[in-house]
Write a protein that binds this ligand. Structure first.
Ligand code: FAD
Length: 482
C-alpha cells in the first residue's frame, strides 16, 4: 500500500474494543507508527481490568492472607500462635476497586502516550474498511481505516432457567465488587472462575455449595491434577460439591431457590434455599451488534472465525483487512492470549508474517494453592502419539520432595510432564501446588521453543526453590527417553 492511498483513510487501523486484546493491538500499532484509533463503549481495559483478572486477583490476595492467618494448624507448625483474624469486607473490596482504577488509568495513559486516538462509543462495521461509532449521546460518525481489528471480548453466560437480579443471583461481573458476604452461597460451575470465587468466599467464612452439571467437579482440568487439587480446594473446605446435577431453575430473592435435577435423567433431585448464587457457567462472545453481515462473515455461535494470523475468515478464506483477536475468537479465553493475538494481528498488518502458537500459552487458576497448565492435555498427547507413531512419556514430580515447599509447610502438589519419548520434546505440563502459576512459565517457554527434555534436564535451577519441582520432572523425563 503506497503512502498516498493510505492517506485516503481516516486511520491506518481501527480497533473495536479496548480490553487486553484491543489494547495490545492498538499500542503495538501506534508504537510502530500506524495512525491508530481504538473504540470503547464501556470502561477502558475491558473484562480483565474491570471485571476479571485484576479485581479477582486483588480479592484472592486479601482473602488468601485471611485464610493463612486463620489456619491455626499451619501456623502452629512454625510455632506461631496468632490472634483470631479479623477483616473488613469493605476494605477488601476497596483494595480491588482501587487497583482497577489504577490499572485502568495507567492503561489509558499508555495508549494516549503511544499516540492512539480513543473514540468513545459503540463501534460496528459499515462494510469493508469502514467503522461506524455511535457515541453515548446518539451521535454517529463513520470512519474509514485500511485495517480493522475486532476485539469485542465476551460476557458471562447465564443458562436458560436461571434468572439474575445482580444482588442475590449474580455473575462474576457483580461478584468482583464483594458487596456483601452471603452466609451460604451456591456457585454454579466448577471451572476456574467458580473455583477462584469459592477460594475467596470460603476464606471469608461463607459456606459454599458447588454445582457442576458434568459428571466430575473441575471437568476442564487434568483428571489427576483435579483429583489431588479437589482434596484441598473442595473437600478440605466448607464446600459441598455436587456433580452430575443441573440447576434447572434459579429464582432470586431471600432465600434464592434452586431447583436441582439429575443431569442425565432430568429427574428432580431437591430444591435448595440459599442466600446467594454465583453463576459461573462460562462466557459468550460479544459480536451480535458488530454488523458482521455487512462483510459477509458468519459466526460460529457468536465466535468470529479466524486463522492463525488472526485474519477473519469467510468459508475458510481471509476477508481482506479484517482481523479479530481475544475472547470473541473463542480460542483459550485468557487475557494474555488476547494480548498475544493482538500482537500477531498487528505484526501481520505491518507486513511481518507471524502466526499464533496456542500450544505454548499457559493457563492458571489462582486458588490457594494454584493450578496451571500448558500445551497438550494427556488425552490430546495420547491421540497425537498414536497418530504420529511415537511413544508418549509421562513423569510426575511431587512438591513433598521439594525443600522449599517443605520449608513453607506447603508440600501438597504435583507436576505432570508429558513428552515425546523418542525426541524428548515437551508436549505439555499440568501443575497443582504453591505458585504453580509462576512455575508453568518455564515449561511454556520450553514448549514455545519445542525443546527436548534432553537439553532441559541439564539446566541448573536455584536451590532451594519450587522451580526444582520442574527440574526433577525434566531429569526424570530425560532418564525415561527411549
Ligand atoms: C472473573 C474473571 C477472572 C479472570 N481472570 C483471568 C486471569 O486471571 N488471567 C487471564 O488471563 N484471564 C482471566 N480472565 C479472562 C480475561 O478477562 C479475558 O480473557 C480477557 O479480558 C479477554 O480480553 P478481550 O480483549 O478479548 O475482551 P474484553 O476484556 O472482554 O474486552 C472487550 C472490550 O470491548 C468492548 N466492546 C464490546 N463491543 C463493543 C463495541 N461494539 N464497540 C465498542 N466497544 C465494544 C467491551 O466494552 C470491552 O471493554 C478472567 C475473566 C473473568 C470474568
Amino acid at each position: 500500500m503506497s503512502d498516498a492511498s493510505a492517506a485516503n483513510f481516516d486511520f491506518d487501523l481501527i480497533v473495536i474494543g479496548a480490553g487486553y486484546g484491543g489494547f495490545d493491538a492498538a499500542k503495538h500499532a501506534a508504537d510502530h507508527g500506524l495512525r491508530t484509533a481504538i473504540v470503547e463503549s464501556r470502561d477502558m481495559g475491558g473484562t480483565c481490568v474491570n471485571r476479571g483478572c485484576v479485581p479477582s486477583k486483588a480479592l484472592l490476595a486479601a482473602s488468601g492472607r485471611v485464610r493463612e492467618l486463620a489456619d491455626a494448624e499451619h501456623l502452629r507448625g512454625f510455632g506461631i500462635h496468632a490472634a483470631p483474624v479479623r477483616f473488613e469486607r469493605q476494605k477488601i473490596a476497596d483494595h480491588a476497586n482501587q487497583l482497577v482504577t489504577t490499572i485502568r488509568t495507567n492503561l489509558t495513559k499508555t495508549l494516549e502516550r503511544a499516540g492512539a486516538t480513543i473514540l468513545r462509543g459503540k463501534g460496528r462495521l459499515e462494510g469493508s474498511q469502514r467503522v461506524a461509532v455511535r457515541e453515548a449521546g446518539g451521535i454517529e460518525r463513520v470512519y474509514s481505516a485500511r485495517d480493522v481489528i475486532l476485539a469485542t471480548g465476551s460476557d458471562p453466560f447465564v443458562p436458560p432457567g436461571i434468572e439474575t437480579d445482580g444482588r442475590t443471583v449474580f455473575t462474576s461481573d457483580e461478584a468482583i465488587s464483594l458487596e456483601w458476604l452471603p452466609r451460604w452461597i451456591a456457585i454454579i460451575g466448577s471451572g476456574y472462575i467458580g473455583l477462584e470465587f469459592a477460594d475467596v468466599y470460603t476464606a471469608l467464612g461463607c459456606e459454599v455449595t458447588m454445582i457442576e452439571a458434568l459428571d466430575r467437579v473441575m471437568p476442564t482440568f487434568d483428571p489427576d491434577i483435579a483429583k489431588i487439587a479437589a482434596r484441598k480446594l473442595i473437600d478440605g473446605r466448607d464446600i459441598d460439591a455436587r456433580s452430575g446435577v443441573l440447576a434447572k431453575t434459579v429464582t432470586p430473592g431471600s432465600p434464592v431457590r434452586i431447583e436441582l435435577v439429575e443431569m442425565a435423567t432430568r429427574e428432580p433431585v431437591e430444591t435448595l434455599e440459599v442466600d446467594a448464587v454465583l453463576v459461573a457457567t462460562g462466557r459468550v462472545p460479544v459480536s451480535r451488534d458488530l454488523n458482521l453481515q455487512s462483510v459477509g462473515v458468519t459466526t460460529n455461535r457468536g465466535f468470529i472465525p479466524v486463522d492463525e494470523a488472526m485474519r477473519v475468515l469467510v468459508d475458510g478464506n481471509p476477508v481482506p483487512h479484517l482481523w479479530a483477536v481475544g475472547d470473541v475468537t473463542g480460542k483459550m479465553m485468557l487475557a494474555h492470549t488476547a494480548a498475544a493475538q493482538g500482537g500477531v494481528a498487528v505484526d501481520n498488518i505491518l507486513g511481518h508474517q507471524r502466526l499464533i502458537d496456542y500450544r505454548s500459552i499457559p493457563a492458571a487458576t489462582f486458588t490457594h494453592p494454584e493450578i496451571s497448565s500448558v500445551g497438550l492435555s494427556e488425552a490430546e498427547a495420547r491421540e497425537q502419539a498414536a497418530a504420529e507413531g511415537f511413544e508418549l512419556g509421562l513423569v510426575r514430580s511431587y512438591f513433598k520432595a521439594n525443600s522449599k515447599a517443605l520449608a513453607e509447610l506447603e508440600s501438597d502438589g504435583l507436576m505432570k510432564l508429558l513428552f515425546n519419548r523418542s525426541s524428548g520434546e515437551v508436549l505439555g505440563a499440568h501443575i497443582y501446588g504453591l505458585h504453580a502459576a509462576d512455575l508453568i512459565q518455564e515449561i511454556a517457554n520450553a514448549v514455545a521453543r519445542r525443546q527436548s527434555v534432553r537439553e532441559l534436564a541439564s539446566e541448573v535451577h536455584t536451590h532451594p526453590t519450587l522451580s526444582e519441582v520442574v527440574e526433577v520432572a525434566y531429569k526424570q523425563a530425560a532418564g525415561a527417553l527411549a
